[in-house]
Design a protein around this ligand. Sequence first.
Ligand code: SF4
Ligand SMILES: [Zn+2]
Length: 370
Amino acid sequence: MTNKKIADLIQEQTQHLRSIATEKIQSFKDRDLSRPVTSWIKEDRLQNEMGYEFTIIFRTCACSWVRSDSAGCTMCGYYNDKGPDSIPQKLILTQMQYAVNKHLSKLEEIQKNGGKTTLKIFSSGSFLDDEEFSPITRLDVINKAIKLPSIDHVLAESRPEFVKHETLDPIIEITGKGSFELGIGMESSNDYVRKTLINKGFTSMDLQHSMKIAQNSHVLVKTYLLLKPPFLTEKLAIRDAVTSIKKAISWGANSISLNPVNIQAYTLTEYLFNNRKYRPPWIYSVISVFQQALSPSIMDKVLILCSPSASGSFRGVHNCHDKSCNTRWLNILNEFIKTQDKKIIDPDHLTYNDCSCWGEYNVFLEYSSI
Ligand code: SF4
Ligand SMILES: [Zn+2]
């Protein structure tokens, strides 16, 4: 089968699943558009120390890529949280105010104790897309953000096609250089994996171009990498992630977040999972990627992050059915991220044989086709 045929089939099935999701969403008439999808404050690893993240997931008209004929990425179900196409911009600011009111006392407490917080502006789309956040709304959000107690860093996400100097420069004028970070979903350094298997729609050249623009505007770049996109075996997925980490660093990423795939509703990945053609990655694989990809010199200059959704569950990164096995390995992973100390995942110091699934994993790695 040609690459084009494979890409067309993947896109057709993604479009079909997205149309089911669209029908479902239309039945959610009671979504309160003056509130964000969700918001929270929790401990987080910051550039140089532990601190906090204040995350707001805005409800917008959804990611431009998923609204296009492409139907979006094969593992992404964020579309399911979308608001109407015509959501008024003033409601975006009302959503922010709602989240601020809810968490203000915690932010004040963090500030009183000398802590630092990163505000994470997510919309399951692009903060730099004028359809989701108009230029005025965008700057209003940033202006409000930097006045909040304990906030000293702002992170937002965008697809590369929206990364432009004229969009970034006004933001940096407000936050100052080095205090605004842009998260870009690179997913893989391999164009076939990204464009065809993930249906992401942009090339490595597009990505590198956008990273250059961001760097020239004094914006920090965080790259998200996907561990185990659909259609890759566990072994190939590890190899892809190791290569991608090294490439992302050579392209100038300031931080890297490795995201093991979790199963989201109405996605091609969920369809494969339901048909036993896909298994989310093992926690052992996440550790293995970091063991193979990270040298001391990389750890010195790049922040490594991994905060997997649905971890330990059947639909997220997990080892076996034994809760204590998953908890033990997730704790090792969290400790490594918190400390950025690679000794924590040194294979000579890890007790792999505490659970029998280590043997099962090694057989799976060698022989499984999913
Ligand atoms: S992963 Fe990002 S770019 Fe892809 S559909 Fe989801 S929000 Fe859009
Ligand atoms: Zn186990």
